[in-house]
Design a protein around this ligand. Structure first.
Ligand code: SAM
Length: 340
């Protein structure tokens, strides 16, 4: 079979299976080989990598990931796509498809499982590394869904320690995301500390602008702070609607996020940091003091917040959109100390 980036091949598969695109699952399938190859390049996918893909659709990106990586785990919610994937991924023996909702799958346990099966799990990524491909995973792989995540809380350091203890080889995550759940997917990956080295995703262009925005601009918001707290993001390229079947209504963009091994900024209490950031941008026209003190998720009054800002040498009349990530973390830390 030709690669699915050939539009005729994609249309033939769609019609053979009488497949109806489901808007509610954000189904727009890529037909642009150039975009896929440049995304793989941006993610530096190599033969040493285990890659998690979210939403393989009919397997277009999956075919290229399979060619480039050591192993691919693709999580797809739509059960109608599973028989199609069985056909389109025939001969792509290093791919496991899991029929589930990515927001419900325990990705940390899954990462451990695949890490444990690696030929040399002590090895860090090295694109020139060749693994013995005769060691395949069973494609009927079941993983233990009963394992719960640790409470994310202030577990950044704990997760790094765990990564070290398990010698977890960091994964790469590559996906053409279902746009309707872009933020929950990214937050889930970050807050659960899924051991990813990088995340390369197709998102709506407008969302890519927010992910990479700097303080002061209209695009800067809680998503910018969250993404940049955990990673260094960059827009790889913008992608027109004509690169997909069916054409989405919006322009898209590929974003690569390299996750920090040692984050430049760490808040002592990540839950409070999150609550402060969210409250600051929920009412962005208000001053930071008013936005935070009137928000029930931030357990501090006007006086304490003004006092904390003054300790940091920040004006009490500032709006949240002007604060850098390190200033948000410093504010969260001072408030944590005040409440101790
Ligand atoms: N990767 C394919 C491609 O590029 O052609 C398809 C991308 S399409 C934009 C998004 C895919 O995510 C669809 O196949 C959709 O069914 C799947 N999806 C939507 N919500 C999902 C969820 N919660 N968990 C897993 N997959 C999901």
């Amino acid at each position: 079979m030709n690669k699915l980036t050939d539009p005729k091949t994609t249309l033939a598969v769609i019609s053979r299976y009488n497949f109806d695109f489901r808007k509610k699952f954000g189904q727009n399938f890529l037909i642009d080989e150039g975009v896929i190859l440049r995304s793989l390049d941006a993610a530096s996918v190599g033969k040493g990598d285990v890659v998690f893909e979210i939403g393989p659709g009919i397997g277009t990106l999956t075919q290229y990931l399979s060619d480039a990586a050591y192993h691919v785990v693709s999580i797809e919610i739509d059960k109608k796509l599973i028989p199609i994937l069985e056909e389109t991924l025939q001969g792509y023996d290093n791919v496991d498809v899991i029929n589930d909702d990515v927001l419900k799958v325990d990705l940390l346990s899954l990462a451990r499982k695949y890490n444990a099966g690696r030929p040399d799990n002590s090895m860090r990524n090295n694109d020139s590394t060749q693994y013995d491909d005769s060691r395949r995973y069973d494609s009927s792989t079941q993983y233990d869904d009963s394992t719960q995540y640790d409470d994310p809380g202030d577990t950044q350091a704990a997760a790094r320690a765990e990564l070290h203890r398990d010698s977890l080889h960091p994964l790469k995550i590559v996906a053409n995301l279902p746009y309707y759940i872009t933020t929950p997917i990214l937050m889930n990956l970050f807050r659960r500390h899924v051991p990813a080295q990088s995340i390369t995703v197709m998102v709506q262009k407008e969302v890519a602008d927010r992910m990479t925005a700097q303080p002061g601009g209209k695009d800067y918001g809680s998503l910018s702070v969250a993404v940049q707290y955990y990673s260094a993001p960059r827009i790889v390229e913008t992608v027109p609607p004509s690169s997909f079947i069916p054409h989405p209504k919006v322009t898209s963009a590929v974003v690569t996020m390299d996750l920090y091994e040692t984050p430049p900024v760490t808040a002592k209490n990540e839950d409070l940091f999150d609550a402060i950031v969210r409250a600051a941008f929920e009412q962005r026209r208000k001053t930071l003091v008013n936005a935070l003190s009137s928000n029930s998720s931030v357990p501090f009054g006007k006086e304490e917040i003004t006092n904390a800002l003054s300790r940091l040498g920040i004006s009490a009349s500032i709006r949240g959109e002007k604060l850098s990530i390190s200033e948000f973390a410093a504010l969260s830390d001072v408030l944590t100390l005040l409440s101790a």
